[in-house]
Structures are given as structure tokens and as C-alpha cells.
Design a protein around this ligand. Structure first.
Ligand SMILES: O=C(O)CCC(=O)C(=O)O
Ligand SMILES: [Mn+2]
Length: 193
């Protein structure tokens, strides 16, 4: 499988531009859009409920807490199990959960963060699959200003793998953009301990 390496130090990030062919990606996108129980969550900021700028869902075998939001898992669907079985051999791990994001248009986003919740363990392997609109994904090093920010377009049917110390040293985001008017689905498969 053709892939490229995006960072040279403090972790590993590999990009597989077309893990899923066009027809299969189209089918999986349609299945996920209609079958996943998408929900609107809120963050409490200074006592105010602020809606997340995207819809989310949590599936798999374990419960999960992030930014104070506790998520009870729903059972794997056929589409999720199929995607999971495609990425596990490339990731050299087993995943027991997936966080799904639905970016309704370019106004939806996720701001700079690392996937570093305690239940992910020390050096988590994160398997990220994208369908629908192409969105820019950026990576920046936490401290070393000499390392340039990395921007990559996450295309329909692509796979991004983050491993090693990546979550300790690098932040990532999906910025807002006026150019995108259609939805994108992202799945980040994780191993919850
Ligand atoms: O949508 C993406 O590509 C990234 C999502 C993400 O970073 C997350 O859910 O933790
Ligand atoms: Mn993340």
C-alpha cells in the first residue's frame, strides 16, 4: 500500500491517500451518514453550554470521557467493522473503539489538540479514516518552532495513522474554511485501556 511519512521526529504519522477506492468509499460514506446516531454535544465553558462545532458519535467496546463529556458506546455496525478490519493490519494493533466526527460544512472544525486522554495510554496508536469532502489537517510541534507546520488534505477514502510519541509532541486541528459547503465524516479508531 503506497503511503508517505509526514513527520521526521518525535513520533510517526503515515498517510495512505486511497485506502478505499471511489465506489467503496462512496458506499461507506452513505452508510455512515445514515446509520450512525450523530449527536450534538456541548462543552461547559465558564458555566455556559457551548455546542461543539461538529456532530459526534462513539462506538465500540469501552466508554470514554473527553473534555468532560462522558460517552457510552454503541455497538459496532457492519460498516465500522469492515473499516476496522482494513486498517488493523496497517496499524499493527487492534482497536476497541472509534470516535466519529461529522463536519456538516466548512464552518465545522476541531481546534488544536492532542489525543492524550489518560485512557488512551502512553503512546496511543490512532487510526483516522476520512470520507466525503476533502478537509485540511494540520500538525504543529508543541515547542520546536524550527519544525514547520505540516498541512495535508485528507481526501475521500484516505487513512492517516498516528503512532509513537506523536501525541506528546504534536498538536493537530481541522481548521474552518469558507470553501467547503458539503459534509465530511472522520473516524478515529482508538484502543481504550
Ligand atoms: O477530523 C479529523 O481528521 C480529526 C479529528 C480529531 O482530531 C479527533 O476527533 O480527535
Ligand atoms: Mn484528535
Amino acid at each position: 500500500m503506497v503511503h508517505t511519512s509526514l513527520i521526521e521526529q518525535n513520533g510517526f504519522v503515515f498517510f495512505y491517500p486511497d485506502l478505499f477506492g471511489r465506489a467503496e468509499a462512496d458506499r461507506l460514506y452513505a452508510d455512515l451518514l445514515s446509520q450512525i446516531k450523530w449527536q450534538q454535544d456541548h462543552l461547559k465553558i465558564y458555566g455556559k453550554d457551548v455546542p461543539l462545532p461538529r456532530l459526534t458519535a462513539w462506538y465500540g467496546e469501552k466508554q470514554y470521557t473527553y473534555s468532560g463529556i462522558e460517552m457510552q458506546p454503541r455497538s459496532w455496525t457492519e460498516a465500522l467493522l469492515q473499516i476496522k478490519s482494513c486498517i488493523e493490519p496497517l496499524s499493527n494493533t487492534r482497536f476497541n473503539s472509534v470516535l466519529l466526527n461529522l463536519y456538516r460544512d466548512g464552518n465545522d472544525s476541531v481546534s488544536w489538540h492532542s489525543d492524550d486522554e489518560p485512557e488512551l495510554g502512553k503512546n496511543p496508536i490512532i487510526g483516522s479514516v476520512s470520507f466525503g469532502a476533502t478537509r485540511r489537517f494540520s500538525l504543529k510541534h508543541r515547542r520546536n518552532r524550527d519544525l514547520k507546520r505540516i498541512d495535508i488534505e485528507l481526501t475521500h477514502g484516505s487513512f492517516l495513522l498516528m503512532a509513537g510519541e506523536t501525541q506528546h509532541h504534536w498538536l493537530h486541528q481541522i481548521p474552518k474554511t469558507k470553501k467547503i459547503t458539503s459534509p465530511r465524516i472522520n473516524l478515529t479508531f482508538r484502543m481504550i485501556h
